[in-house]
Design a protein around this ligand. Structure first.
Ligand code: ATP
Length: 359
């Protein structure tokens, strides 16, 4: 069991700062997901931990050892890539056993371990076959098995499931979580897919433009985003974010968002700035809102009847608004409705910095 600590870790490619002085501790046995949009620096961070990318400055501690300048093969980490990178001329069994063969482990012991790992991953029956005869899911299992065989201190995953179709991806996600629990291993997982991050991570680390925006359990980050970037990135359908000007009067606040006015109680954190971004998650908007809620009137533009719930897009006198409401078979395109949210669930962010305004 090993923890990983990144201290002031920086990577520059010429003028481009890919990773900007990040500090992060991944606890022993934890599965931490680095998530963010393309180009945010997550892959570069992972590759620095793996030893595949040189560090510009800063430290990478695996356990007590600073490995920032240690060769990749001496770091005791195993990386699983999006492309499976299997040896095409070797059988599955040889692919799995290769690292141990290099370590000159006795043949019997290698065979025993190959069998055990293959059984765990459900690929025992394909051991004699070559990788190209396997399905994508089977190839990814072999790649995973190869990492497990090395018994590393830390597993690193770089978008390992993105080549699989949606159904297989969901199944493999569940398998990886089970594997994580069984191995109790330290794992760092990179993805751009926020759903994957939410479902897999003990903790997620949201990155943007080379910086860590927020780190926390998936629900902490979802419920309590530190800034507008995190609020908009995590959650699907995405949080409604409206730019507005705040005025106060008559014991209440009014936020003007284009032609729309949203009322909030005087005590709402939006009152702490003149210019704000309001954030309302689609599921906190309800039909027939009670007195005192922040209400929005509009015309139904798109109505998606999904069975368990209904997702609507509303054209208002200001921005378009998305709401995720209880199943409602009667809603039709073109109808005018009123929706609203409890002000306690209306978040506010400073327009200039994007930082969350808290009570
Ligand atoms: P993606 O999901 O698209 O892989 P990412 O979040 O993993 O994105 P990185 O691949 O880490 O992002 O890239 C971070 C930044 O560093 C980007 O601006 C990218 O263009 C730049 N970058 C990455 N590798 C190199 C390189 N070898 N040379 C120059 N710039 C690079």
């Amino acid at each position: 069991m090993t923890d990983v600590r990144l201290q002031n870790l920086t990577k520059k490619f010429g003028e481009v700062i890919a990773v900007d002085a990040i500090d992060l501790t991944i606890n022993s046995g934890e599965l931490v997901v680095l998530v963010g949009p393309s180009g945010c620096g997550k892959t570069t961070s992972l590759r620095m931990i793996a030893g595949l990318e040189e560090v510009t400055s800063g430290q990478i501690l695996i356990g007590e050892r600073d490995v920032a300048r240690v060769h990749a093969k001496d770091r005791n980490v195993a990386m699983v890539f999006q492309s499976y990178a299997l040896y095409p001329h070797m059988s599955v069994a040889q692919n799995l056993g290769f690292a141990l063969k290099l370590r000159k482990m006795p043949r019997d012991e290698i065979d025993r371990r190959v069998q055990k790992v293959a059984t765990t991953l459900g690929i025992a029956e394909v051991l004699p076959r070559k990788p190209k005869t396997l399905s994508g899911g089977q190839q990814q299992r072999v790649a995973l098995g190869r990492a497990i065989m090395r018994d590393p201190a830390v597993f690193l995953f770089d978008e390992p499931l993105s080549n699989l179709d949606a159904k297989l991806r969901t199944a493999m996600r569940a398998e990886l979580i089970r594997l994580h629990h069984r191995l109790e291993a330290t794992m760092i997982y990179v993805t751009h897919d926020q759903v994957e991050a939410m479902t897999m991570g003990d903790r997620i680390v949201v990155m943007n433009e080379g910086e860590i925006q927020q780190s926390g359990t998936p629900l902490e980050v979802y419920d309590d985003p530190d800034n507008a970037f995190v609020a908009g990135f995590i959650g699907s359908p995405a949080m409604n974010l409206f730019d507005g000007r705040v005025t106060s009067g008559n014991g209440a606040l009014s936020v003007a968002v284009d032609g729309l006015a949203i009322s909030l109680p005087a005590s709402h954190p939006a009152g702490r700035a003149g210019s704000v971004q309001l954030g309302i998650r689609p599921e906190f908007l309800e039909l027939d809102p009670p007195e005192g809620w922040a209400t929005i009137d509009g015309r139904l533009e798109v109505v998606e009847h999904l069975g368990a719930e209904t997702i609507v897009s509303l054209f208002t006198s200001g921005p378009e608004v998305t709401a995720r409401i209880k199943r409602n078979d009667a809603l039709r395109h073109g109808t005018t409705i009123r929706i609203g949210a409890d002000p306690a669930y209306v978040l506010a962010f400073d327009s200039a910095s994007g930082d969350r305004l808290r009570a």
